[in-house]
Design a protein around this ligand. Structure first.
Ligand SMILES: NC(=O)c1ccc[n+]([C@@H]2O[C@H](COP(=O)([O-])OP(=O)(O)OC[C@H]3O[C@@H](n4cnc5c(N)ncnc54)[C@H](O)[C@@H]3O)[C@@H](O)[C@H]2O)c1
Length: 315
């Protein structure tokens, strides 16, 4: 039976929490925001408003609905008050076990017995976090991507004591707020995307560190090749298409991939020389030399919003 979730508590309202709050409010959920910092709480509604306006810009919600959605959002400096009637708790506090466990202990005590407790963690395992709670079956991981209100993916995975119904209900809720949930069958460090990203990053660093190309050129090669094509197909379908069938691809490119894999870096800690070379080369990138980090982030989010708008206009 599908659960009827109406009230959401966002616990932790930094970069990730404010994105979640906007998405839940935009989908008509009542959202209570709690953060341990008064200063964050003070600016939370303003940040949610700006995220809602961005959703309007990309036609995710109709023009003029951001103001109405904001009426569903309230902030409170009292965690018990935020959790009072919560059906779903979205935790987005800093990513380390002591902090997450302390917060989950409180959520476990204060949230209604039927509420789902979800963590945004980008690297921790729910099996470990849920060791401190009395109802581990209702705890789940829902890992979003920054900016949360714009990028559709959320990776959903339970710990070894999570009930399948919790994972199911979380995926359903994520779909209702416009996310694309990908459910992992089992926990693994970094989930799916951060593992793929880690593999790519190691080789990108290696190419710079061994003098094959500058940071600027590695990024240009990525953006104008894989990056341009990969919004629509993933690496596995790409291989299937490239070989006119995955099986043919694996046979046909066996030798060339062997040569690449065998010449690639395999370290698991960045060697100090590679680290120095990378830092030097990134500092020389024209965009890094000429613009502040905040300006680059604003430009990135604007570009992303335009791509998402284009995708929506044509789908
Ligand atoms: N930033 C990213 O790119 C990203 C992407 C995906 C997932 N995540 C995950 O989301 C979570 C939050 O990350 P973020 O980037 O929003 O961090 P952040 O530092 O921007 O926000 C964390 C917020 O938690 C608050 N906080 C700290 N301790 C608290 C407590 N005990 N109770 C309530 N609030 C508390 C802080 O005041 C802050 O506002 C982390 O688990 C992170 O791994 C981050």
């Amino acid at each position: 039976m599908e659960r009827n979730l109406k009230n959401v508590a966002c616990v932790g309202c930094g970069l990730i929490g404010q994105g979640w709050a906007a998405l839940f409010a935009a989908a008509g959920y009542r959202v209570a925001i709690y953060d341990s910092s008064d200063n964050v709480l003070k600016h939370a509604v303003e940040r949610v408003r700006s995220n809602l306006e961005r959703l309007e810009e990309i036609n995710r919600i109709s023009i003029g609905t951001a103001v109405g959605a904001l009426e569903f959002v309230r902030t409170t400096p009292d965690l018990a008050d935020a959790l009072n009637v919560a059906d779903f708790v979205m935790e987005s506090v800093p990513d380390n076990y002591p902090v997450k466990k302390a917060v989950f202990k409180e959520l476990d005590t204060l949230a209604p017995a039927g509420a789902i407790l979800a963590s945004s963690s980008s690297g921790l395992l729910m099996s470990e976090i849920q060791t401190v709670v009395s109802r581990p079956e209702r705890c789940v991981l829902a890992h979003p991507f920054l900016p949360v209100h714009l990028l559709p993916l959320v990776e959903v995975v339970g710990g070894n004591r999570t009930a399948p119904a919790t994972v199911e209900a979380t995926c359903n809720l994520m779909e209702k707020i416009g996310k694309i949930p990908v459910r992992l069958n089992k926990e693994v460090s970094g989930y799916i995307v951060n593992r793929l990203q880690a593999a790519l990053l190691r080789e990108a660093i290696n190419l710079v560190a061994t003098g094959v190309a500058s940071a600027e050129d590695v990024d240009r090669a990525f953006c104008n090749g894989m990056g341009m094509r990969d919004p629509f197909i993933g690496p596995l379908l790409r291989a299937h298409l490239a070989g006119n069938g995955i099986s043919k691809f694996l046979d046909q490119y066996k030798e060339s991939y062997r040569l690449r894999w065998e010449s690639m870096a395999s370290w698991d800690t960045i060697p100090s020389r590679a680290k120095e070379a990378l830092i030097r080369s990134v500092a020389e990138m024209p965009i890094v030399r000429n613009h502040s980090l905040d300006d680059i982030k604003t430009w990135r989010d604007r570009m992303l919003a335009q791509i998402l708008k284009l995708e929506r206009d044509y789908s």
